[in-house]
Design a protein around this ligand. Structure first.
Ligand SMILES: [Zn+2]
Length: 212
């Protein structure tokens, strides 16, 4: 018989499923098997959650794992452990590392390291511009294909003339020279900037921003 774990008697708050009630959460084979009153009655292990709140894992859409380049501050292993301790099961890692996350190879490094050393799911956010220098757009299409879920030059403004509302991909022309070409379809990904810090008017101010 497989091991089952029940978190019993807590207040289950699950907005996606419209649940806000005192209930048990039954876990079998590492997955939620049932939620409801007495759902965990026959579980082989129980955790008493009376007086506590039980939620789905939180998602942090803006965090800094600092690896590579600043491992003395944080690593993917330590940052994801801290996330897990705080109830976060998915975190989005900002790209202001050294080197910055501006290539498919860097995206792959983050995903590979998170897979082998991380405690929670890590979704990489890639740079808007190459080297996070604010001048030349990174290859957004390639970064998205590699696994980037959003773009940001976190901590630095973007001076590139291309509109954030008409993203373009850096492609190779016939002569092998780099040029910018509008994407057929906008990338369905998020964007973060520090536009507010610069006091810029819309559309820039519609970008997500933070003070960190
Ligand atoms: Zn930040």
């Amino acid at each position: 018989m497989s091991t089952t774990l029940a978190i019993r008697g807590g207040r289950v708050i699950d907005p996606a499923n419209g649940v806000d009630a005192i209930a048990d959460v039954l876990i079998a084979e590492g997955r939620i098997a049932a939620v409801g009153p007495d759902a965990g009655r026959d579980a082989s292990q129980t955790i008493d959650a009376s007086g506590l709140i039980i939620c789905p894992g939180f998602v942090d859409i803006h965090c800094h794992l600092r690896e590579p380049g600043f491992e003395h501050k944080e690593t993917i292993a330590t940052g994801t452990l801290a996330a897990a301790r705080g109830g976060f099961t998915t975190i989005c890692a900002m790209p202001n590392t050294e080197p910055p996350i501006d290539s498919a190879g860097m995206i792959e490094f983050i995903l590979r390291t998170a897979q082998s050393q991380g405690a929670v799911r890590v979704l990489p956010i890639a740079c808007v511009t190459r080297g996070r220098a604010g001048r030349e757009l990174a290859d957004l299409a390639e970064l998205a294909q590699a696994g980037a879920v959003a773009f940001s030059d976190d901590g630095a403004p973007v001076a590139c003339r291309s509109s954030p509302h008409a993203p373009s991909a850096r492609v190779r022309g016939h002569a092998g020279r780099a040029r910018h070409q509008p994407l057929r379809r906008p990338l369905p990904l998020g964007r973060w900037s520090h536009a507010r810090r610069l006091g810029l008017d819309p559309p820039w101010s519609s970008w997500r921003s933070h003070r960190g």
